[in-house]
Design a protein around this ligand. Sequence first.
Ligand SMILES: Nc1ncnc2c1ncn2[C@@H]1O[C@H](COP(=O)(O)OP(=O)(O)OP(=O)(O)O)[C@@H](O)[C@H]1O
Ligand SMILES: [Mg+2]
Length: 616
Amino acid sequence: MSTDLTTAWRGVAAEDAEVVTAPMSAMLRGRSQRLLRSLLARHGKALLAAGALIVGFDVASMIGPLLVERAIDSGLPAIQHHHDYLPLLLTAAGLALAGAFQAASDFGFTLVTGRIGQAVLLDLRQRVFEHFQFLSISFHERYTSGRVISRLTSDVDAISDLLMDGLQVLAWASLTILTVAGILVWQDPVLAGVVFCASPFAVVLTRWFRRESVRAYRATREAVALVIVHFVESLGGIRAVQSFRREPRNQEIFEALDESYRSANQWSIRLVAVFGPGVKALGNASLAAVLLVGAVRAEHGRITVGVLAAFILYLRRFLDPILDLSQFYTLFQSAAAALEKLSGVLEEVPSVPEPAGPVPAPIPAPAVLAVPVRGEITFTGVDFGYRDRLILEGLDLYIPAGQTVAVVGETGAGKSTVARLMARFYDPTAGTVALDGVDLRRMGRDELRRHVVMVTQESFLFSRSVGENIAFGRPEATQAEIEAAARAVGAHGFISRMPEGYDTPVGKRGGRLSAGQRQLVSFARAFLADPEVLILDEATASLDIPSERLIQRALLTLLAERTAVIIAHRLTTVEIADRVLIVEDGRVVEDGSPAELLERPSRYRQLYQAWADSLV
Ligand SMILES: Nc1ncnc2c1ncn2[C@@H]1O[C@H](COP(=O)(O)OP(=O)(O)OP(=O)(O)O)[C@@H](O)[C@H]1O
Ligand SMILES: [Mg+2]
């Protein structure tokens, strides 16, 4: 692959390849620790039980070689010299018992840790999903869906691996190494010294492996992130890809990225290929040394043959855990990176936070029992910018309840921005946006969303039936209500002609419907939700003229009872408005009824003229 390609892709995917910047130290940072602690907090007792079981398992498995030693040193001589089978039978029974105990504690341990692990993962996935749902739109704009997916899949998997296998390995291996070392010293310090001679080599080998595998791990994560980003982007935009015959180039890029992923993996494999056999060779060398030194010592009567046999058996148990511990290290490393990223997301605060003490809208006036929300919108000195550049500056706007306002202006003028602030997808940087005099920031989320609904051109449909999509904001709606809403917006006709009527699945993102039909469905959805304030952001853009007229008739009746803000490029939609706002560069430059604005030389009149001319 040419280097420029790699660099370019690195740029595109820098955000997704976040692993590049994720900490790779063996330590858990503060927030990762907090997350792990809070996940494990409810499982204190189960963790203790698991600890007890692993100790039981370890003791039972350590007894084996000692019993073998017994059998060789006392069992066999008793048979040879006295025809006494009892000592050997007793040690055999001991072995069987230890084996049974070992199996039982293994069984218990696997069950208990499995239960803890699954409960923790369930909890984690739910927390992450819930948190993602409540994070503000501005978060989702920068956090790509690829990253969301890896949070819920590969990151959770990494933690799962750590909990299900890693901790087990860690507990068992470190316990085993310690006990075996203890037993060896106790049995014969000199021979134990021979075994420990291998330790410096083992330490050097392990450190090398750890250092290299951190680098290899980083490289594979980086490579796979690039592969995924390219995969998701190319297939997500498959229409554009095919329209512009981009397939060969995309294939080329993919192959190059995939190749670097392969070679990164190959690097990891090489490391394992060196490390595993290296440890084994070291083990065999110490085995030979133990055999030699042990034989000499047995010859001199310093140890028994049984002790030598036990040593040889223990030696293996000393080396396996060392191998397992480095495997644990790999697991821990990925889990630590995953924990870091997950805890980062979970500590992300919504940029439009829920108020501590939400004020209900409407504010019940004293002496009046209940005032329905009227739907009066006030912008007072509103400044707003997505990043550093201010889009709106000192915007003042008053929309009385029940008014239908059309917002017109050039592309990029800031119409949608005004609409998004009304629906509180963002908060202003200065000034306030209020509904019925209550600052939106002081209103509870549920309350606000019940009163203010925004329909956009996107009109996102979910892969369920038409009926369910209409009832999206009011799942409890009856079939009759759903149909009434569909009739109101003129969608009933085409829906009832569909194969299964309201039960027809709409396909992925509503792909089985035309763009106009999707808009009608999302209209019906909004009308069924029946908000006091309805914002339509180019929601009629995909409709043909007859449907648009149909909608307009529906709009007239349905908007009569509520405050409505319609953003439209087509002036047909604007005609039904009580008031027109012309927005330029984030400022309202004209404000008046359509008739008023047409009377005098205005921007609106120019626009209207141009539009009228285009019709003839
Ligand atoms: N999510 C965003 N992040 C950063 N900048 C944005 C974002 N959305 C809009 N902008 C910028 O804010 C300005 C106003 O955009 P806005 O979407 O409000 O325009 P608009 O009037 O709705 O245009 P259109 O008619 O094309 O929909 C534009 O300059 C745009 O580049
Ligand atoms: Mg817009």
